[in-house]
Design a binder for this molecule. Structure first.
Ligand SMILES: Cc1ncc(C[n+]2csc(CCOP(=O)(O)OP(=O)(O)O)c2C)c(N)n1
Length: 381
Protein backbone atom coordinates (compact mmCIF):
# COMPACT_ATOMS: atom_id res chain seq x y z
CA UNK A 1 0.00 0.00 0.00
CA UNK A 2 1.06 3.56 -0.60
CA UNK A 3 0.69 6.36 1.94
CA UNK A 4 -1.72 9.06 0.74
CA UNK A 5 0.83 11.56 2.11
CA UNK A 6 3.51 10.21 -0.21
CA UNK A 7 1.39 10.37 -3.36
CA UNK A 8 0.06 13.82 -2.41
CA UNK A 9 3.50 15.29 -1.67
CA UNK A 10 5.00 13.93 -4.90
CA UNK A 11 2.18 15.53 -6.89
CA UNK A 12 2.57 18.83 -5.03
CA UNK A 13 6.34 18.75 -5.73
CA UNK A 14 5.46 18.52 -9.42
CA UNK A 15 3.33 21.64 -9.15
CA UNK A 16 -0.20 20.32 -8.51
CA UNK A 17 -1.88 23.00 -6.43
CA UNK A 18 -5.59 22.41 -6.80
CA UNK A 19 -7.83 19.43 -6.11
CA UNK A 20 -11.46 18.84 -6.97
CA UNK A 21 -13.66 15.78 -7.33
CA UNK A 22 -16.48 13.64 -6.06
CA UNK A 23 -15.44 11.20 -3.34
CA UNK A 24 -15.07 7.47 -3.82
CA UNK A 25 -14.59 4.70 -1.27
CA UNK A 26 -11.37 3.49 -2.97
CA UNK A 27 -9.96 7.02 -2.70
CA UNK A 28 -11.24 7.80 0.78
CA UNK A 29 -7.81 7.95 2.44
CA UNK A 30 -6.39 10.12 -0.35
CA UNK A 31 -9.47 12.40 -0.25
CA UNK A 32 -9.21 12.69 3.55
CA UNK A 33 -5.53 13.61 3.25
CA UNK A 34 -6.32 16.30 0.67
CA UNK A 35 -9.09 17.69 2.93
CA UNK A 36 -6.67 17.99 5.85
CA UNK A 37 -3.83 19.49 3.81
CA UNK A 38 -5.38 21.90 1.31
CA UNK A 39 -7.06 25.21 1.99
CA UNK A 40 -10.70 25.81 1.11
CA UNK A 41 -10.10 27.48 -2.23
CA UNK A 42 -7.73 24.79 -3.45
CA UNK A 43 -9.84 21.77 -2.57
CA UNK A 44 -13.41 21.81 -3.73
CA UNK A 45 -15.61 18.75 -3.28
CA UNK A 46 -17.64 19.20 -6.45
CA UNK A 47 -21.34 18.46 -6.93
CA UNK A 48 -20.52 16.19 -9.87
CA UNK A 49 -17.47 15.05 -11.79
CA UNK A 50 -18.16 17.29 -14.80
CA UNK A 51 -18.23 20.30 -12.49
CA UNK A 52 -14.92 19.13 -11.00
CA UNK A 53 -13.36 19.20 -14.48
CA UNK A 54 -14.79 22.71 -14.99
CA UNK A 55 -13.34 23.90 -11.68
CA UNK A 56 -9.97 22.37 -12.53
CA UNK A 57 -9.93 24.06 -15.94
CA UNK A 58 -10.76 27.43 -14.34
CA UNK A 59 -7.87 26.96 -11.92
CA UNK A 60 -5.50 26.25 -14.81
CA UNK A 61 -6.71 29.30 -16.76
CA UNK A 62 -6.19 31.51 -13.70
CA UNK A 63 -2.79 30.16 -12.61
CA UNK A 64 -1.18 28.16 -15.42
CA UNK A 65 -0.65 25.32 -12.92
CA UNK A 66 -1.83 21.75 -13.15
CA UNK A 67 -4.97 20.73 -11.25
CA UNK A 68 -6.02 17.27 -10.08
CA UNK A 69 -9.52 15.79 -10.44
CA UNK A 70 -10.53 12.70 -8.47
CA UNK A 71 -13.57 10.52 -9.00
CA UNK A 72 -14.97 7.02 -8.88
CA UNK A 73 -14.99 5.44 -12.36
CA UNK A 74 -18.83 5.75 -12.27
CA UNK A 75 -18.20 9.48 -12.56
CA UNK A 76 -16.31 9.28 -15.86
CA UNK A 77 -19.67 9.55 -17.62
CA UNK A 78 -20.38 12.88 -15.92
CA UNK A 79 -16.91 14.13 -16.92
CA UNK A 80 -16.77 12.98 -20.56
CA UNK A 81 -18.24 16.14 -22.02
CA UNK A 82 -15.89 18.68 -20.38
CA UNK A 83 -12.95 16.30 -20.86
CA UNK A 84 -13.61 16.08 -24.60
CA UNK A 85 -15.02 19.49 -25.40
CA UNK A 86 -13.05 21.69 -22.99
CA UNK A 87 -9.81 20.14 -21.71
CA UNK A 88 -9.05 18.01 -24.77
CA UNK A 89 -5.93 18.57 -26.92
CA UNK A 90 -8.07 19.45 -29.91
CA UNK A 91 -9.92 22.13 -27.99
CA UNK A 92 -8.25 24.13 -25.16
CA UNK A 93 -5.52 21.59 -24.32
CA UNK A 94 -5.79 21.90 -20.54
CA UNK A 95 -3.71 19.29 -18.71
CA UNK A 96 -5.39 17.62 -15.76
CA UNK A 97 -4.16 14.83 -13.52
CA UNK A 98 -7.09 12.45 -13.08
CA UNK A 99 -7.22 10.03 -10.16
CA UNK A 100 -9.93 7.44 -10.74
CA UNK A 101 -11.14 4.74 -8.34
CA UNK A 102 -11.49 1.44 -10.19
CA UNK A 103 -14.69 -0.18 -8.95
CA UNK A 104 -15.59 -3.36 -10.79
CA UNK A 105 -12.02 -4.21 -11.77
CA UNK A 106 -12.25 -7.46 -13.72
CA UNK A 107 -11.50 -10.42 -11.45
CA UNK A 108 -12.31 -8.50 -8.26
CA UNK A 109 -15.74 -9.13 -6.72
CA UNK A 110 -17.99 -6.05 -6.80
CA UNK A 111 -21.63 -4.98 -6.99
CA UNK A 112 -23.59 -5.30 -10.28
CA UNK A 113 -23.65 -1.56 -11.03
CA UNK A 114 -19.84 -1.52 -11.17
CA UNK A 115 -19.19 -4.51 -13.41
CA UNK A 116 -19.61 -2.94 -16.85
CA UNK A 117 -17.97 0.34 -15.86
CA UNK A 118 -15.06 -1.63 -14.39
CA UNK A 119 -14.56 -3.57 -17.62
CA UNK A 120 -14.46 -0.49 -19.83
CA UNK A 121 -12.64 1.99 -17.56
CA UNK A 122 -9.20 1.82 -19.20
CA UNK A 123 -10.54 1.47 -22.76
CA UNK A 124 -12.86 4.46 -22.21
CA UNK A 125 -9.88 6.61 -21.21
CA UNK A 126 -7.95 5.28 -24.18
CA UNK A 127 -10.82 6.16 -26.56
CA UNK A 128 -10.80 9.67 -25.12
CA UNK A 129 -7.07 9.93 -25.84
CA UNK A 130 -6.18 10.16 -22.15
CA UNK A 131 -3.05 8.14 -21.32
CA UNK A 132 -3.45 6.19 -18.11
CA UNK A 133 -1.55 3.99 -15.66
CA UNK A 134 -2.79 1.73 -12.90
CA UNK A 135 -1.10 3.13 -9.79
CA UNK A 136 1.38 0.71 -8.23
CA UNK A 137 1.54 0.16 -4.49
CA UNK A 138 5.25 0.77 -3.74
CA UNK A 139 7.01 4.14 -3.53
CA UNK A 140 9.69 3.52 -6.19
CA UNK A 141 7.15 2.47 -8.82
CA UNK A 142 4.80 5.32 -7.89
CA UNK A 143 7.66 7.78 -8.17
CA UNK A 144 8.55 6.61 -11.67
CA UNK A 145 4.86 6.61 -12.68
CA UNK A 146 4.58 10.23 -11.54
CA UNK A 147 7.69 11.08 -13.59
CA UNK A 148 6.07 9.50 -16.67
CA UNK A 149 2.81 11.36 -16.04
CA UNK A 150 4.44 14.80 -15.90
CA UNK A 151 6.80 14.02 -18.80
CA UNK A 152 3.72 13.09 -20.91
CA UNK A 153 1.93 16.26 -19.82
CA UNK A 154 5.00 18.38 -20.68
CA UNK A 155 5.36 16.77 -24.12
CA UNK A 156 1.71 16.61 -25.18
CA UNK A 157 -0.18 19.03 -22.96
CA UNK A 158 -2.81 16.34 -22.53
CA UNK A 159 -4.43 15.06 -19.37
CA UNK A 160 -3.14 11.92 -17.67
CA UNK A 161 -5.08 9.43 -15.55
CA UNK A 162 -4.07 7.24 -12.62
CA UNK A 163 -6.47 4.35 -12.14
CA UNK A 164 -6.63 3.23 -8.49
CA UNK A 165 -7.23 -0.36 -7.45
CA UNK A 166 -8.82 -1.42 -4.18
CA UNK A 167 -6.43 -1.18 -1.19
CA UNK A 168 -3.90 1.01 -2.99
CA UNK A 169 -3.83 3.67 -0.26
CA UNK A 170 -2.87 2.96 3.35
CA UNK A 171 -5.49 4.03 5.93
CA UNK A 172 -5.55 7.72 6.79
CA UNK A 173 -7.90 9.13 9.43
CA UNK A 174 -9.45 12.51 8.65
CA UNK A 175 -8.48 15.10 11.28
CA UNK A 176 -10.91 17.90 10.27
CA UNK A 177 -14.28 16.85 11.67
CA UNK A 178 -17.44 18.64 10.59
CA UNK A 179 -20.05 19.37 13.26
CA UNK A 180 -23.56 18.19 12.43
CA UNK A 181 -26.30 18.35 15.02
CA UNK A 182 -28.84 15.84 13.65
CA UNK A 183 -30.44 13.39 16.07
CA UNK A 184 -32.34 10.93 13.85
CA UNK A 185 -30.52 8.04 12.21
CA UNK A 186 -31.05 7.49 8.49
CA UNK A 187 -32.53 4.08 9.23
CA UNK A 188 -35.07 5.56 11.66
CA UNK A 189 -36.13 8.07 9.00
CA UNK A 190 -36.44 5.36 6.32
CA UNK A 191 -38.51 3.21 8.70
CA UNK A 192 -40.98 6.08 9.27
CA UNK A 193 -41.18 6.87 5.58
CA UNK A 194 -41.75 3.24 4.56
CA UNK A 195 -44.42 2.86 7.24
CA UNK A 196 -46.37 5.94 6.09
CA UNK A 197 -45.97 5.96 2.32
CA UNK A 198 -47.95 3.60 0.11
CA UNK A 199 -47.32 3.10 -3.60
CA UNK A 200 -43.73 2.87 -4.68
CA UNK A 201 -40.35 4.17 -3.51
CA UNK A 202 -37.51 5.05 -5.88
CA UNK A 203 -34.40 5.14 -3.71
CA UNK A 204 -30.96 6.55 -4.35
CA UNK A 205 -27.45 5.12 -4.74
CA UNK A 206 -25.53 3.83 -1.76
CA UNK A 207 -26.58 3.03 1.78
CA UNK A 208 -30.09 4.52 1.51
CA UNK A 209 -31.12 1.75 -0.91
CA UNK A 210 -29.27 -0.86 1.14
CA UNK A 211 -31.08 0.23 4.31
CA UNK A 212 -34.45 0.26 2.57
CA UNK A 213 -33.77 -3.25 1.26
CA UNK A 214 -32.87 -4.54 4.73
CA UNK A 215 -35.89 -2.85 6.27
CA UNK A 216 -38.20 -4.69 3.84
CA UNK A 217 -36.52 -7.95 4.84
CA UNK A 218 -36.95 -7.13 8.52
CA UNK A 219 -40.63 -6.25 8.14
CA UNK A 220 -41.21 -9.08 5.60
CA UNK A 221 -43.01 -6.56 3.40
CA UNK A 222 -41.39 -7.62 0.10
CA UNK A 223 -39.13 -5.67 -2.24
CA UNK A 224 -41.48 -5.27 -5.19
CA UNK A 225 -42.59 -1.72 -4.42
CA UNK A 226 -39.02 -0.36 -4.34
CA UNK A 227 -36.81 0.61 -7.24
CA UNK A 228 -33.23 0.67 -6.00
CA UNK A 229 -31.18 3.09 -8.10
CA UNK A 230 -27.96 1.25 -7.33
CA UNK A 231 -25.93 3.20 -9.91
CA UNK A 232 -26.74 6.45 -11.76
CA UNK A 233 -26.23 8.67 -8.73
CA UNK A 234 -28.37 11.81 -8.90
CA UNK A 235 -31.02 10.49 -11.29
CA UNK A 236 -33.48 9.02 -8.79
CA UNK A 237 -35.76 12.07 -8.84
CA UNK A 238 -35.97 11.91 -12.65
CA UNK A 239 -36.82 8.19 -12.68
CA UNK A 240 -39.50 8.83 -10.06
CA UNK A 241 -40.84 11.84 -12.00
CA UNK A 242 -41.53 9.83 -15.13
CA UNK A 243 -43.22 7.05 -13.17
CA UNK A 244 -45.40 9.60 -11.36
CA UNK A 245 -46.44 11.23 -14.63
CA UNK A 246 -47.21 7.94 -16.37
CA UNK A 247 -49.09 6.50 -13.38
CA UNK A 248 -50.97 9.41 -11.77
CA UNK A 249 -52.96 7.05 -9.53
CA UNK A 250 -49.81 5.70 -7.91
CA UNK A 251 -48.27 7.32 -4.85
CA UNK A 252 -44.61 7.88 -5.74
CA UNK A 253 -41.86 8.59 -3.21
CA UNK A 254 -38.36 9.57 -4.23
CA UNK A 255 -35.82 8.81 -1.51
CA UNK A 256 -32.77 10.94 -2.22
CA UNK A 257 -29.48 11.74 -0.48
CA UNK A 258 -28.04 15.26 -0.17
CA UNK A 259 -24.96 14.35 -2.24
CA UNK A 260 -27.11 12.77 -4.92
CA UNK A 261 -29.65 15.64 -4.91
CA UNK A 262 -26.82 18.17 -5.32
CA UNK A 263 -25.22 16.13 -8.12
CA UNK A 264 -28.08 16.84 -10.54
CA UNK A 265 -30.05 19.52 -8.76
CA UNK A 266 -31.42 20.77 -12.09
CA UNK A 267 -33.85 17.85 -11.85
CA UNK A 268 -35.63 19.73 -9.04
CA UNK A 269 -36.74 22.22 -11.69
CA UNK A 270 -38.04 19.43 -13.93
CA UNK A 271 -40.11 17.98 -11.07
CA UNK A 272 -41.27 21.39 -9.83
CA UNK A 273 -42.51 22.50 -13.22
CA UNK A 274 -44.29 19.21 -14.01
CA UNK A 275 -45.96 19.26 -10.57
CA UNK A 276 -47.21 15.67 -10.39
CA UNK A 277 -49.59 15.65 -7.42
CA UNK A 278 -48.72 12.04 -6.58
CA UNK A 279 -45.01 12.79 -6.06
CA UNK A 280 -43.16 13.22 -2.77
CA UNK A 281 -39.43 13.98 -2.93
CA UNK A 282 -37.59 13.28 0.31
CA UNK A 283 -33.94 14.25 0.79
CA UNK A 284 -32.21 12.48 3.68
CA UNK A 285 -29.64 15.12 4.52
CA UNK A 286 -26.67 13.91 6.57
CA UNK A 287 -24.38 16.60 5.11
CA UNK A 288 -22.08 13.87 3.82
CA UNK A 289 -21.22 11.36 1.13
CA UNK A 290 -21.71 8.73 3.78
CA UNK A 291 -21.73 5.71 1.48
CA UNK A 292 -18.17 6.31 0.25
CA UNK A 293 -16.40 7.45 3.42
CA UNK A 294 -18.37 10.34 4.92
CA UNK A 295 -16.70 13.25 3.11
CA UNK A 296 -18.72 16.47 3.57
CA UNK A 297 -21.19 17.85 1.06
CA UNK A 298 -22.06 21.54 0.80
CA UNK A 299 -25.66 20.80 1.81
CA UNK A 300 -25.37 22.50 5.25
CA UNK A 301 -24.39 25.73 3.50
CA UNK A 302 -27.48 25.93 1.34
CA UNK A 303 -31.23 26.03 1.96
CA UNK A 304 -32.45 22.93 0.11
CA UNK A 305 -36.17 23.45 0.93
CA UNK A 306 -35.90 27.00 -0.47
CA UNK A 307 -34.45 25.59 -3.70
CA UNK A 308 -37.36 23.14 -3.93
CA UNK A 309 -39.85 25.95 -3.31
CA UNK A 310 -38.22 28.16 -5.93
CA UNK A 311 -38.38 25.28 -8.42
CA UNK A 312 -42.15 24.94 -7.99
CA UNK A 313 -42.69 22.24 -5.33
CA UNK A 314 -45.96 23.07 -3.63
CA UNK A 315 -45.72 21.67 -0.09
CA UNK A 316 -42.24 22.03 1.34
CA UNK A 317 -41.21 20.79 4.80
CA UNK A 318 -38.19 20.18 6.93
CA UNK A 319 -37.98 17.57 9.71
CA UNK A 320 -35.28 17.45 12.35
CA UNK A 321 -36.81 14.97 14.81
CA UNK A 322 -38.87 11.84 14.34
CA UNK A 323 -42.11 13.42 15.65
CA UNK A 324 -41.89 16.18 13.04
CA UNK A 325 -41.31 13.65 10.29
CA UNK A 326 -44.26 11.54 11.51
CA UNK A 327 -46.56 14.58 11.53
CA UNK A 328 -45.53 15.65 8.04
CA UNK A 329 -45.97 12.14 6.65
CA UNK A 330 -49.40 11.87 8.29
CA UNK A 331 -50.68 14.96 6.44
CA UNK A 332 -53.24 14.44 3.70
CA UNK A 333 -51.39 14.50 0.43
CA UNK A 334 -52.56 17.44 -1.61
CA UNK A 335 -49.93 17.76 -4.28
CA UNK A 336 -46.27 17.82 -5.09
CA UNK A 337 -44.38 17.61 -1.81
CA UNK A 338 -40.78 18.04 -0.73
CA UNK A 339 -39.35 17.02 2.65
CA UNK A 340 -35.83 17.60 3.83
CA UNK A 341 -35.02 15.24 6.72
CA UNK A 342 -31.94 15.99 8.78
CA UNK A 343 -30.25 12.72 9.68
CA UNK A 344 -27.05 11.64 11.38
CA UNK A 345 -24.01 10.43 9.51
CA UNK A 346 -23.04 6.79 9.85
CA UNK A 347 -24.52 3.37 9.33
CA UNK A 348 -24.60 -0.04 10.95
CA UNK A 349 -21.35 -1.95 10.54
CA UNK A 350 -23.22 -5.08 9.44
CA UNK A 351 -25.38 -3.37 6.80
CA UNK A 352 -25.97 -5.86 3.99
CA UNK A 353 -26.48 -5.49 0.25
CA UNK A 354 -29.43 -6.47 -1.95
CA UNK A 355 -29.48 -10.21 -2.53
CA UNK A 356 -31.65 -9.95 -5.64
CA UNK A 357 -30.20 -8.87 -8.98
CA UNK A 358 -31.09 -5.52 -10.58
CA UNK A 359 -33.05 -7.35 -13.25
CA UNK A 360 -35.05 -9.32 -10.67
CA UNK A 361 -35.72 -6.06 -8.87
CA UNK A 362 -36.87 -4.44 -12.11
CA UNK A 363 -39.19 -7.33 -13.06
CA UNK A 364 -40.86 -7.44 -9.61
CA UNK A 365 -41.20 -3.64 -9.55
CA UNK A 366 -42.79 -3.43 -13.00
CA UNK A 367 -45.20 -6.24 -12.12
CA UNK A 368 -46.17 -4.39 -8.94
CA UNK A 369 -46.85 -1.18 -10.86
CA UNK A 370 -48.89 -3.01 -13.47
CA UNK A 371 -51.02 -4.87 -10.92
CA UNK A 372 -51.38 -1.83 -8.69
CA UNK A 373 -52.51 0.22 -11.65
CA UNK A 374 -55.22 -2.29 -12.53
CA UNK A 375 -56.41 -2.43 -8.91
CA UNK A 376 -56.54 1.27 -8.12
CA UNK A 377 -59.73 3.11 -8.97
CA UNK A 378 -59.48 5.86 -6.38
CA UNK A 379 -56.76 8.49 -6.45
CA UNK A 380 -53.99 7.93 -3.91
CA UNK A 381 -54.59 8.72 -0.24
C1 LIG B 1 -21.59 9.45 -10.80
C2 LIG B 1 -21.16 8.87 -9.49
N1 LIG B 1 -20.23 9.51 -8.77
C3 LIG B 1 -19.82 9.00 -7.58
C4 LIG B 1 -20.35 7.82 -7.12
C5 LIG B 1 -19.88 7.21 -5.81
N2 LIG B 1 -20.89 7.37 -4.77
C6 LIG B 1 -21.77 6.39 -4.45
S1 LIG B 1 -22.78 6.80 -3.20
C7 LIG B 1 -22.02 8.30 -3.03
C8 LIG B 1 -22.42 9.27 -1.95
C9 LIG B 1 -23.86 9.56 -1.90
O1 LIG B 1 -24.07 10.57 -0.95
P1 LIG B 1 -25.53 10.97 -0.51
O2 LIG B 1 -26.43 11.04 -1.68
O3 LIG B 1 -25.45 12.19 0.33
O4 LIG B 1 -26.03 9.72 0.36
P2 LIG B 1 -25.37 9.09 1.68
O5 LIG B 1 -24.36 8.11 1.21
O6 LIG B 1 -24.78 10.20 2.48
O7 LIG B 1 -26.53 8.44 2.38
C10 LIG B 1 -21.01 8.48 -3.98
C11 LIG B 1 -20.18 9.69 -4.11
C12 LIG B 1 -21.34 7.20 -7.91
N3 LIG B 1 -21.93 6.06 -7.55
N4 LIG B 1 -21.70 7.73 -9.09
Amino acid sequence: MIEAAYFYSKLVEKGVGFFSGVPDSLLKDFCAYITDHSDKKNHIIAVNEGAAVGLACGYHLATGSIPLVYMQNSGIGNAVNPLLSLADNEVYRIPLVLVIGWRGEPGVHDEPQHIKQGKVTCSLLESMGIPCAVLEKDEDSVNSQIETCFKTIAETGSSYAFVIRKDTFAPYILQKKEEHDAVMTREEAIEEIAAHRGGIIVSTTGMISRELYELRDKTTSGHERDFLTVGSMGHTSSIALSIALQKPQLQVTCLDGDGAALMHMGSFAAVGTQKPRNYCHIVLNNAAHDSVGGQPTIAPLIDIPAVARACGYIHVYQAKIKEELKNILAKKNEGLTFIEVKVKKGARKDLGRPKTTPQENKAAFMKFIEEHNLRVTEPFD
